[in-house]
Design a protein. Structure first.
Lengths: 278, 360, 297
């Protein structure tokens, strides 16, 4: 190895990329399956790449299945949850970061604890509450339910972002004539914007991917978001149409891919900070 | 323009054992440049924040002119403040930073722009108006902070160690600029610092604080020449004042100051009342001179600085530093005879530290 | 005459108003349902009609005496231990790998992160497709390479079903460990390694003496967090196997669901959930204490 250091480096790179590609393989397989005609699915042995590329499954998905309805529901619920959580969470995070009042420490600890709360424990009583309120099968009940895990997460993330902003700029704004909340809007929010965007994206992804609450609180196609909807497509047919399901998987992951490509740097930074803190 | 009066100001935090500020009273005249000087933790920044309205005192009152502003919000006090790290708004351009205070007072756009142009010319930052704070150097940021404070023509100008983040050369340059600015504007300025050189060179009067209490409030000359207690005397002046144990004994030619068993100086006759007392003697290095016949002291070290030579000597149990001619050399271990200037000797009570030689 | 409010008092009030909406959400949607959960566990409630009556501790007695519960509990621990081990080992290994210089390192890191951000539904679908006994790629590869004679019914038999869900669980969640490890590695000053090199330490010694101790603090937190989250995992197992074959991959969360929906006994479901919470409380309190300690550092 010492004679040919470039050889060592080459082997190292190849090994690492072999690992990365193995891990990423299922992603490739989704796309590969979604693009091949039905007949190729039942080849034995199956080929890695589609022989002919077809968009037939995507067309059928959008035209002949409830998929667009599921997609619409997911979009509405995820956007609604994100909006609510960002508004309530920004104010709450600002309060936890900058203000002093009795019970603040306790609230901060409770936020941390509920971050770990299993939705398994909450889904039963929430179902009961929503049923009694007549809210079952409504997108609003989903937004409420999603807030139980989205809000603690957002509070904790946003608080760490606001903590990093030096407090002097707010003091300067107050001396310059701004009210306390005026200082928040003029000076804190603009500086916290990258953090808020990261949090919004994470919240959107969390809400978009949620399965259990959606499963429990909706049982009609017209209100189902994507996760339970797509699984219904899997379980309710005699012939499982894998290519169709793979096409659904691609479309379902689209917002994720888009926001990921857009925010690559921010994701790792925000998550890294959060991840180290636990 | 306003005078600032602090009446028995106190600040207690429930979380801390000791009070941050105790019974602080100051009468600051209109247009004066005051320094709040002291070591870190002495309460000077807390006092400034109370004057600004960012904290409310737990005791006492603050008046601007005749108006009691103790409970007023910062926005309502017509003050301006420059922070230690400038606190510029990073997402706004320099122009927007400057105009922000005017925007908050709903000053019309045309007037805002005229004012920001005026201020930027005064501080020579016109070229920077469209840049962001992140693109500026330390000195430039400082000027923008000053500009933002000036733009409203406040009645009181508060500065919290604004020069401490600058390198030495820039600091001395900015000191001069600030003094000139004050001369021009004649606004009441309250300047917090731990650097005695800044306070001595810039302020009309200095308020020295230790442990939350005011020690002395006087002109720089008075503080230097007549420090009211041992702590103040030791804080002001570099190299530090020499402190020795001594006593005052009656003598034929006048009260005699005895140090380490020897006569150190003949004191003025007014100080006869001190006869029989033990005192702590304070004498500045420049007031210790070499003489033909005086107290013997053994040289420990000489430090030629260029414009003078500092000589450290052992006098009995004490270490004494004196200033000497720049070309003066002497070997360690040799002996010198020292003389203390009797007009410039400070006497303090050994227990309370208070000055006892009121007189000269 | 009343003393006007100090600025600190005004601030406190504003602070309380700002946190009030969050507190409201917590009380209504988290605290109340939690308490409700316990209340429900003492009743027998029909899921459809919502009729119910008080039955005291009967739910708990029936659960503790049912083999269904104990099987689920054991499965839960097996699943958690298996998935956690793989997540941590793979996470550390790949984190270390991606800390070094590699071609297109940020692309590699992005690809590694993908399983974590993918919707669970998508992960389940593709792995079910890969594991498919008739046409799945995995069986095709195994048969083709001669490792097995017949395709394996991964999800239909044991222990392959448990192994399958552990593999998918590891694949889905290990990037969380990678991210944490990477973030920590990036904060270790290079000078430590340089000093060690000068002192003559080889790569293995540097790993054991410098890297591992630095990672220790973060790893403990990550292990605890992942243990909590793996323990309560519902989506993956429910969608992959539904708890099958029979109940051999059924875990406590699935048992809660089973009681509530197919068996229509909300009360019993709540009781299982409460038991689950108590078990997890131990882990959660441990995490809180550790987090407090890391914060102080």
């Amino acid at each position: 190895m010492r004679q040919h250091p470039w050889l060592g480096r080459l082997l190292w790179n190849l090994m690492v990329w072999a690992v990365v590609l193995t891990i990423a393989f299922p992603l490739f397989w989704i796309v590969s399956t979604a693009l091949r005609p039905e007949t190729e699915l039942f080849q034995r042995p199956p080929s890695l790449l589609p022989g002919t590329v077809t968009f037939e499954h995507f067309r059928r998905l959008v035209m002949d299945t409830p998929f667009p309805i599921y997609f619409r529901n997911s979009a509405i619920v995820a956007l609604g949850t994100t909006l609510m959580v960002i508004i309530v969470g920004s104010l709450g995070a600002y309060s936890l970061s900058r203000f002093r009042y009795r019970g603040r420490g306790a609230i901060a600890k409770v936020v941390l604890l509920t971050y770990l709360m299993p939705s398994v424990v909450l889904f039963l009583p929430l179902y009961l509450i929503m049923a009694e309120l007549g809210l079952v099968n409504s997108l609003f009940s989903l937004v409420l339910a999603y807030m139980t895990f989205a809000l603690p997460f957002a509070l904790w993330l946003l608080r760490s972002f606001i903590d990093a902003i030096p407090v002097e700029t707010e003091l300067a704004a107050m001396v310059d004539g701004a009210s306390r909340m005026g200082a928040f809007f003029d000076v804190v929010l603009p500086q916290a914007l990258p953090g808020i965007i990261s949090t919004a994206l994470f919240t959107f992804i969390l809400a978009w991917n949620e399965y259990l609450y959606a499963l429990v609180l909706t049982n009609r196609d017209t209100e189902k978001p994507l996760p339970p909807g797509v699984i219904t497509m899997l379980t309710s047919s005699y012939n499982i149409e894998w290519a169709l399901l793979m096409a659904a998987s691609v479309l379902m992951s689209l917002p994720l891919i888009l926001s990921f490509a857009f925010m690559q740097k921010h994701l790792t930074r925000g998550f890294g900070a959060g991840a180290v803190k636990g | 323009m306003a005078s600032v009066t602090l009446k028995h100001l106190g600040k207690n935090y429930t979380t801390a054992a000791a009070a941050a500020v105790t019974d602080l009273s100051l009468d600051i005249r209109e247009g004066e440049f005051i320094a709040l000087l002291g070591p870190s933790g002495c309460g000077k920044s807390t006092t400034l924040r109370m004057i600004a309205g960012l904290e409310t005192p737990t005791a006492g009152n603050i008046l601007f002119g005749d108006k009691d502003v103790t409970y007023e919000l910062p926005a309502d006090r017509n003050i301006a403040m420059v922070f230690q790290n400038y606190a510029l708004y990073p997402h706004m351009t320099v122009r927007e930073n400057l105009e922000y205070p005017l925007k908050k007072r709903r000053v019309p756009v045309a007037e805002r722009q005229a004012r920001s142009r005026e201020v930027s010319e005064l501080l020579q930052i016109t070229a920077l108006l469209d840049r962001r704070p992140g693109q500026l150097s330390g000195g430039q940021q400082q000027r923008v902070a000053l500009g933002r404070a000036l733009i409203r023509s406040p009645s009181v100008f508060l500065l919290d160690e604004p020069l401490s983040n600058l390198d030495a050369k820039l600091r001395s340059h900015m000191r001069t600029e600030l003094v000139q600015l004050h001369r021009r504007l004649r606004t009441t300025m309250i300047y917090v610092t731990h650097d005695q050189l800044e306070a001595m060179t810039m302020a009309d009067r200095i308020a020295i604080m230790f442990d939350g209490k005011l020690q002395q409030f006087d002109t720089p000359e008075q503080i230097y020449n007549k420090p009211c207690n041992r702590e103040v005397a030791g804080f002001i002046g570099t190299p530090m004042m020499n402190f020795l144990a001594g006593s005052v004994q009656p003598g034929a030619n006048g009260p005699e100051l005895i140090v380490a068993g020897h006569l150190a100086a003949i004191l003025p006759a007014q100080l006869n009342s001190l006869c029989g007392r033990t005192v702590t003697v304070g004498v500045r290095p420049e007031d210790v001179t070499e003489t033909a016949a005086g107290i013997a002291a053994q040289v420990v070290l000489t430090e030629p600085i260029g414009h003078e030579t500092l000589v450290s000597l052992d006098l009995g149990p004490h270490r004494v530093v004196m200033r000497h001619r720049p070309d003066f050399r002497i070997g360690a271990g040799e002996y010198m005879q020292l003389h203390f200037n009797p007009q410039k000797v400070h006497l303090f009570d050994p227990d309370t530290g208070q000055r006892v030689d009121t007189g000269t | 005459m009343a003393r006007p409010l100090t600025i600190e008092q005004r601030d406190s009030r504003l602070g309380v108003w700002l946190i009030a909406p969050s507190v409201l959400v917590f009380l209504c949607l988290i605290a109340y349902p939690l308490v409700d959960s316990v209340w429900m566990s003492f009743r027998q409630i029909n899921t459809i009609t919502l009729d119910g009556h008080y039955v005291g501790l009967r739910n708990y007695e029936e659960i503790i005496s049912s083999p269904d519960f104990w099987r689920s509990l054991i499965n839960n621990f097996i699943w958690t231990a298996g998935a956690l081990t793989l997540q941590v080992v793979a996470g550390i290994a790949i984190g270390l790998m991606l800390h070094q210089n590699v071609w297109c390192r940020s692309l590699a890191r992005g690809l590694i992160l993908f399983p974590y951000l993918l919707p669970m539904v998508v992960a389940v679908l593709v792995w079910k497709w890969l594991f498919n006994d008739l046409y799945g790629l995995l069986n095709a590869a195994l048969v083709h390479s001669g490792l097995v004679d017949f395709p394996v019914d991964w999800l239909g038999g044991m222990p392959s079903a448990m192994i399958s869900i552990i593999i998918v669980g590891a694949w889905k969640y290990f990037p969380f460990v990678v991210l944490t490890v990477l973030a920590r590695l990036q904060s270790i000053p290079e000078q430590l390694y340089e000093a060690a090199k000068i002192d003559g330490a080889g790569p293995l010694a540097r790993f054991v003496d410098i890297t591992l101790p630095q990672l220790r603090g973060v790893l403990v937190i990550v292990v605890l967090l992942r243990a909590i989250w793996d323990f309560k995992e519902f989506d993956l197992i429910y969608m992959m196997t539904g708890g099958g074959p029979v109940i051999s991959t059924q875990t406590l969360p699935l048992l809660v669901f089973k009681h509530a929906f197919p068996l229509q006994q909300l009360g019993k479901g709540a009781a299982v959930a409460v038991i689950m919470m108590l078990i997890m409380l131990v882990f959660m309190l441990g995490y809180l204490r550790l987090y407090g300690r890391e914060q102080d550092k």
